[in-house]
Design a binder for this molecule. Structure first.
Ligand SMILES: Cc1ncc(COP(=O)(O)O)c(C=O)c1O
Ligand SMILES: N[C@H](C=O)CCC(=O)O
Length: 435
């Protein structure tokens, strides 16, 4: 699949944009080669600047749960923009959005809008510190919570892909307040809480990890965290930026029935517009300014165009809960079809899936922690990624990112993907690339 235009645009981008991209996860550093420049997308397909059609498994890294250019979202954005792209005053659309989100997510009494997932997670930590009067935070190795200083310690996603999970530029003071535990290990959390008694404000995690590939919580893990938090007076924060509104209408909080104290949202909530949000119970959120002393703000927060897009998308999800059954069924078809193809070609693979989030690891399973994830054959993934791209399938350009299925991935799209994998692996076999 030739893409000379993308190559030309990438070269041009490098002159003015660091690394030619506005977010490192797009740069193909983990798989080599040149990123594709997209021109438009519709449903399950993206079209690049060379006119190539690609089946999309990143869905803008999560938001496109109903597929690209979903008509109700496009219409809402158009109408909102006609009324002005921003006011800097309260608007009724913000009320409707807050009301809708609170009706979808269990235990969510109050919500504050932000402009990104990073802002949302950063704010949850500040609120937790303000509420408890403590400084330390526990996060999990391989989980990614955006690029806030406190989170760039043993982080996942692009930081992990680039081999820089702990970023320079984070002060020693900040780093000392971030403690890291092992995902799915209650013992590792208990040990940290005992060693740092009365000092820990919050435990933050992706309740379904998606930034080290897809790693679900083991049975009892979330419940165990809830219990430890209660015993130690620590707030439990679910970073639902990726799994919120995706693994269930009420996210992981609904799917697993464990109640966090604070939640962060992003991606689906904004339907592809730059939106995040955080919230929790009335009591915990009472410390947020202007009611409380914990300052948090945003000139463009609750932006009318972004809120309209989110409202249209979430409204659709609320109206049609069967969407989640469809996503489950289509994702299972993809998972099973891919496993059959890997088996046919003699590839060792482990897989995880929660609803329409999934991941394959080229190693023996099970894959339940960052240590397990680290065993995946990244070199094999890179070759597989490029072979799939040549067959017209756009996978996340990293072995450490989840794949996303949208409601527009119908039987034909799924079968085309499975056939593409069969062809890709057959051609890799011929050239000895599967070994
Ligand atoms: C779980 C999780 N938290 C936080 C973030 C940060 O969101 P954003 O990139 O919108 O700042 C991301 C994605 O990047 C994410 O996947
Ligand atoms: N894994 C990240 C989001 O979940 C990738 C998106 C980005 O950082 O650009």
């Amino acid at each position: 699949m030739p893409y000379p235009n993308s190559q030309k645009y990438f070269e041009e981008a490098g002159k003015f944009i660091p690394g030619g991209v506005n977010s490192p996860a797009r740069a193909f550093k983990g798989v080599g080669g040149t990123p594709l420049f997209m021109k438009k997308a519709e449903g399950a397909f993206m079209y690049d600047e060379d006119g190539n059609e690609l089946i999309d498994y990143i869905g803008s890294w999560g938001p496109m749960i109903l597929g690209h250019a979903f008509p109700a979202v496009v219409e809402a954005v158009r109408n909102a923009a006609l009324g002005s792209t921003s006011f800097g005053t309260p608007t009724v659309i913000e009320n409707r959005m807050a009301e809708l989100v609170c009706s979808l997510v269990p235990g969510l009494d109050k919500i504050r809008m932000t402009n990104s997932g990073t802002e949302a997670t950063m704010s949850t930590i500040r609120v937790a510190r303000g509420y408890t009067g403590r400084d330390k935070v526990i996060k999990f190795e391989g989980c990614y919570h955006g690029h806030g200083d406190a989170f760039l310690i043993k982080a996942g996603s692009g930081a992990l892909t680039l081999g820089q999970p702990s970023s320079p530029g984070v002060t020693a003071g900040t780093a000392k307040d971030t403690l890291t535990a092992d995902y799915n290990s209650i013992d590792s959390v208990r040990k940290l809480l005992e060693e740092n008694r009365d000092e820990v404000a919050a435990i933050i995690l992706e309740p379904v990890a998606g930034n080290m590939g897809c790693v679900p919580p083991k049975k009892g893990f979330l419940e165990g965290l809830r219990k430890l938090c209660d015993e130690h007076g620590v707030l439990l924060i679910f970073d639902e930026v990726m799994c919120g509104f995706r693994v269930a209408p009420g996210g992981a909080t609904e799917r697993y029935g464990v109640q966090p104290d604070l939640m962060a949202f992003g991606k689906v909530i904004g339907a592809g517009m730059p939106v995040g949000a955080f919230g929790g119970s009335d009591e915990v959120m009472s410390v947020v300014s202007p009611n409380g002393p914990v300052y948090q703000a945003g000139t463009l927060s609750g932006n009318p165009v972004a809120m309209s897009a989110g409202l249209a998308l979430l409204g659709e999800l609320k109206k049609n809960p069967h969407i989640y059954d469809d996503l489950e069924a289509q994702s299972a078809k993809l998972e099973n079809g891919m496993l059959e193809v890997f088996e046919k070609h003699g590839i060792t693979v482990a897989n995880n899936r929660v609803g329409s989030m999934l991941g394959f690891f080229f190693c023996e399973g099970p894959v339940e922690s960052f240590a397990d994830v680290s065993r995946t054959d990244t070199k094999f993934f890179s070759r597989f990624f490029h072979s799939m791209l040549a067959e017209g399938v756009y996978l996340p350009p990293s072995a450490f990112e989840a794949w996303f299925v949208s409601h527009k991935h119908d039987d034909a799209v799924i079968q085309r993907t499975i056939d593409a994998a069969d062809k890709a692996l057959a051609s890799m076999n011929k050239t000895g690339e599967t070994r």
